[in-house]
Design a protein around this ligand. Structure first.
Ligand code: GLN
Length: 379
């Protein structure tokens, strides 16, 4: 069979400084017109509308110009395979762009932080700790299985004790709870039953409605509602003083509701819960510069022009801009929500000029944002 390919249907995508330039290359070569033609979606007698890419263009070109770095240590298991954490990586990039910082990501294999690595692989151990200690912020992403968990717990201890900004996602929140129980409440053997089914202090447990024998379709998945219980907490402010938010989930274990009163008494705040009030969604340490854990995955809803509020908070805290961000975020929300908008104040510092969208998801792309830039230029 012979296909006739129209010359107008051939586009050339050469290497660009960052991936956000690609839609612009497509537009320049009128790829949108070719696609509409092939799909027979052209309006008769009308010229195809030009794609609205002004904000996108601004972001793509500013992306290339960012200089001030923000260094984030990503403490995980598959640090050799960045694609395993692609959504997290992109969410960090979106937030860095919004906060006008060049993202420098340090991959820290959690196993290498563990005490056993000091003997077995001393060089890797030293390197991992050097990377962690050199970072402006720490992120512990989601994960399954016990390999490297003790290293993640050590990273949480480090961030808590040294007042280094910390964002824990799903497993990253669970390890922060385990760490708090062990170090602050002195419950030495505290653990998740995922890693130690016989632990005497099960601060993270298997969810009652789950099934251990049937792995398919038994996870708590998808979009669920979180209700904020304290509106003076950082996360509620970051979400524009929202009373509730919808974020996406993917987990089998949860913070043990029976242990919550004890954890709270010892100083850990559970600021977001599900509608039943028994399922913990967000933790915070009130006296820490930024120590937040979320049972959900905020990275899944992050977009280039509307960064996830929790990622924005991490990057803001890691770059000394959190106070400013929170001050603006907690101003009165109008009945008609508007997206957060930033401009520069001439010193390269981001200034939030418009109140955030209450559910944390801006309806349109942020304007006046200078770029964040991940080292490989991809994003
Ligand atoms: N996505 C995750 O991080 C899951 C965390 C943990 N393994 C659980 O199933 O609850």
């Amino acid at each position: 069979m012979t296909y006739l390919l129209q010359i107008s249907s051939i586009v050339n995508l050469h290497d660009v400084t960052n991936i956000w330039h690609i839609p612009l290359l497509l537009r320049d070569q009128k790829a949108h017109e070719a696609i509409l033609k092939v799909l027979d979606l052209q309006l008769v007698g009308k010229v195809p509308r030009e794609p609205k890419l002004a904000e996108w263009t601004e972001r793509a070109s500013k992306f290339d110009k960012l200089k001030t770095p923000v260094k984030i240590a990503m403490v995980g298991k598959y640090t050799g395979l960045s694609d395993s954490y692609l959504s997290v990586l992109k969410a960090l990039l979106h937030a860095s762009v919004a906060m006008e910082r060049k993202l420098v990501l340090e991959w820290v294999p959690s196993c290498d932080l563990e005490n056993s690595a000091a003997k077995e692989t001393p060089e890797a151990h030293q390197k991992a700790w050097k990377l962690l200690k050199g970072a402006d912020g720490v992120l512990v992403p989601g994960g399954f299985g016990d390999r490297g968990v003790e290293g993640k717990i050590l990273a949480a201890t480090y961030a808590r004790e040294k007042n280094v900004p910390y964002l824990g996602i799903c497993l990253g929140m669970q390890v922060a709870v385990i760490e708090f129980a062990r170090s602050v409440m002195k419950l030495g053997g505290a653990n998740s039953t995922e890693f130690d089914p016989a632990t005497a202090s099960p601060c993270v447990i298997f969810m009652p409605e789950g099934s251990k024998t049937q792995m398919g379709a038994t996870m708590r998945l998808g979009s669920r509602r979180t209700h904020f219980l304290a509106n003076n907490c950082k996360s509620a402010k970051l979400y524009g003083n929202a009373t509730s938010i919808d974020e996406r989930h993917r987990h089998r274990y949860e913070v043990n509701p029976e242990m919550v009163p004890l954890l709270e008494k010892a100083g850990l705040s559970f600021v977001g819960k599900d509608e039943s009030g028994r399922r913990m969604e967000i933790i915070e340490l009130p006296n820490h510069v930024f120590f937040i854990g979320a049972q959900f995955h905020p990275e899944f809803k992050s977009r280039p022009g509307k960064p996830s509020p929790l990622f924005l908070g991490l990057i803001a805290a890691a770059s000394g801009q959190l106070d400013l961000l929170l001050k603006r975020s907690c101003s009165v929300i109008s009945s008609k929500p508007t997206p957060p908008r930033y401009s520069t104040n001439g010193t390269g510092t981001a200034v939030l000029t418009i109140k955030p969208y209450p559910n944390g998801h801006a309806k349109k792309a942020l304007t006046s944002l200078v770029n964040g830039c991940y080292a490989n230029g991809n994003g």
